[in-house]
Design a protein around this ligand. Structure first.
Ligand SMILES: [Zn+2]
Length: 640
């Protein structure tokens, strides 16, 4: 990790002060404390293999700075930097230890502003430590559907033409050459992009080499900067990996899988020390099935460190990072070398960079300082990235954190906000756990503190008056309006209880089964409504004989179910069946007309009054049919 980038990413402006160095002030005089020496004694006790220990003084320097900058450093030192044999110290020497998630923060470069989280799982079996680092890998294909290999990786991968029997991925032919000489002998441009780099220097290209579809890609970091090249292949092409340059066996693999598997393999190989320490990288979405479920269950959302592998030459002179930031989005390139992975995975042990910035040899806080030379710091991975020596002081720093309190608690206030203390029955194993969202279960008695909302009832977390109509509830109290359709803490939905719960234009359809209440649109005239108490279902507010209606609203000749609905006259139907508004008397018909009630009173109609001589026949009372108001009567029945 480069200091400048990290600080830039945090919004700090570097003025013309000397570049930061990366070891703490307390070791500038190359002396260390008694506590540190006691701590390193324990290290030597736990990691007896001398060659992997490197230099005693450098180990003290590294450890002293690490304890200072680790937010859990004091907790660890209380156990490891105190003489004698405490029970916690014995714990570190135990043959077997249950998996435990170690979480903390590390102040890189000694600065709070550059603090980063560390998370890993530690366990011990038959005296061998296992450390699992959870990652979430993403191939960020800047150039779509392409994977770029660095030149050394391209030297151990072959295409199908070089394999004796590609369908059986057997072995390479005797004269086989790797993809660096076949697929990547030259560049192939995307259609229409041929010649786009003609006449340009390598530093004038874009770092993606976006015009190149396949084959050799190149870039230079400025006129005088380093020249880099890579091998671009189709993401879907079958490749054949030759793990051992002496043997001819090959393994068929897709480019992306090889990149991610190689990251895991190379980091695990470097950091694992047989019979002492095993490193495992957990790759979310890729290799989780190789871990026990009980181990995976220890992890929470956000514990995984996201790493992005881009298909391009990374910015800032091919800078690669333990953790991405807003200035540089991609941690790695698919062209990142194995040695860089060793170093960057080393940061996940919560270890600092020891090298100085800008290669300043004389900076007394950097491992290149001449006064440190006798301690051989450049055989240490965090001083000299990609060095092949192993230095178990880093392993010790990681495993010594097993003695830290990790979410153990006696009460809620021992936990961070958003967590509660899960006291349970076995008080020894109390853990801070994340507070629960609404609808998650909580303890029926006193469970409120387990809920984000602070409210628990009938074993469910809830926020009072929060759930909109139609959404999930377990309790009446959770509903914003109305009530919960379920009873006694079982799952239901918020339903209405009264018309007022439904808003304008709707009514609450309570029905017989009050658990299925729902808000329905108010009904128009002539739609059906409940025969008893149906008024509230109608827009008009009137229901009679199971029909909505607006009193005195329907003009003559239009549909009605009730007399009351007709503006004048009456409804031709009876008892709520469909009819039309008809006249009842002449007054209903207007000027010049009379109401023909007839025998069948259901078909009353307004008719024009008749002229003199026209028929006015009928049972009785026929005068009103004539314009003159006089009907002759028996026998002719003519208007006079
Ligand atoms: Zn670094």
């Amino acid at each position: 990790m480069r200091t400048i980038l990290l600080l830039m990413s945090l919004g700090l402006v570097l003025v013309s002060t000397p570049a930061l160095a990366n070891l703490c002030n307390s070791v500038k005089d190359r002396t260390t404390t008694t506590e540190t020496k006691t701590d390193v004694d324990l290290y030597e006790d736990l990691f007896p293999n001398t060659p992997d220990r490197g230099n005693r003084t450098w180990n003290e320097i590294v450890l002293q700075c690490n304890r200072q900058r680790d937010t859990k450093g004091n907790d660890v030192a209380k156990v490891t930097a105190v003489p004698g044999n405490s029970p916690d110290k014995q714990l570190l020497k135990a043959r077997d230890l249950d998996p435990k998630v170690i979480r903390g923060h590390y102040n890189f470069f000694g600065k709070i502003v550059t603090q980063l989280k560390y998370v890993y799982i530690l366990s011990k079996q038959n005296g061998v430590w296992t450390m699992i680092i959870p990652y979430r890998p993403i191939i960020n294909d800047v150039v779509p559907d392409r994977i770029d290999f660095n030149w050394s990786h391209a030297g151990v991968l072959y295409d199908a033409t070089q394999v004796v029997d590609p369908s059986r991925n057997t072995e390479v032919k005797p004269s086989a050459v790797p993809i660096s000489s076949t697929l990547c002998a030259a560049p192939t441009y995307f259609p229409g992009d041929a010649g786009k780099y003609d006449g340009k220097e390598l530093y004038q290209r874009d770092p993606e080499n976006k015009f190149i579809s396949l084959g050799k890609i190149e870039y230079q970091y400025g006129k005088n900067g380093g020249v880099w090249s890579g091998c671009r292949v189709d993401r879907n092409r079958d490749l054949y990996w030759r793990p051992d340059s002496v043997r001819n066996e090959v393994i068929k693999v897709k480019p992306e899988d090889w990149i991610l598997d190689n990251f895991v393999r190379t980091a695990e190989d470097y950091w694992t020390i047989p019979n002492v320490f095993q490193l495992k990288l957990l790759m979310k979405g890729r290799n989780e099935s190789t871990f026990p479920k009980s181990t995976l269950d220890l992890l929470e959302d956000g514990d995984h460190l996201t790493i992005r592998f881009a298909t391009k030459f990374l910015p800032y002179g091919f800078n690669q990072m333990y953790k991405s930031n807003i200035i540089q989005f991609n941690n790695f390139s698919t062209m990142t070398t194995d040695g860089t992975y060793w170093h960057e995975v080393g940061h996940a042990f919560a270890t600092d960079d020891e090298y100085p910035n800008n290669g300043e040899v004389d900076n007394e806080k950097g491992c290149y300082h001449p006064d440190y030379k006798a301690f051989s710091p450049r055989t240490y991975q965090m001083c000299e990235a990609a060095v092949s020596d192993k230095r178990t002081i880093y392993h010790y720093l990681a495993v010594s954190r097993y003695v830290t309190k990790q979410k153990e608690c006696d009460q809620d206030r021992d936990c961070s906000s958003g967590e509660y203390c899960n006291a349970g029955i076995d008080l020894k194993k109390n853990q801070c756990v994340a507070k629960k969202a609404d609808d998650q279960t909580c303890d029926i008695a006193g469970g409120g503190h387990q809920c984000k909302s602070g409210y628990c009832k009938l074993s469910r977390c809830y926020t009072p008056n929060s759930v909109p109509m139609g959404e999930t509830c377990y309790l009446n109290d959770a509903c914003k309006e109305g009530k919960c359709s379920s009873l006694d803490g079982t799952k239901g939905t918020c339903v209405c209880q009264a018309d007022a719960d439904c808003g304008k234009g709707k009514y609450c359809n309570a029905g017989i089964d009050a658990t299925k209440n729902s808000c329905l649109a108010l009904k128009s005239d002539n739609e059906t409504c409940d025969i008893a108490g149906g008024d509230h279902q109608c827009k008009s507010g009137y229901c009679k004989l199971s029909r909505c209606y607006t009193p005195n609203s329907v003009p003559m000749g239009e549909t009605c179910y009730l007399n009351d609905a007709c503006k004048e006259g009456k409804c031709s139907s009876l008892d709520g069946t469909k009819g039309t508004c008809v006249c009842k008397s002449d007054a209903d018909c207007g000027q010049g007309k009379w109401c023909d009630a007839g025998i069948d009173t259901k078909v009353n109609a307004c008719r024009p009054k008749r002229n003199k001589g026209e028929s006015c026949a009928g049972v009785a009372g026929n005068d009103h049919k004539c314009k003159s108001g006089k009907c002759s009567g028996f026998p002719k029945y003519e208007c006079k």
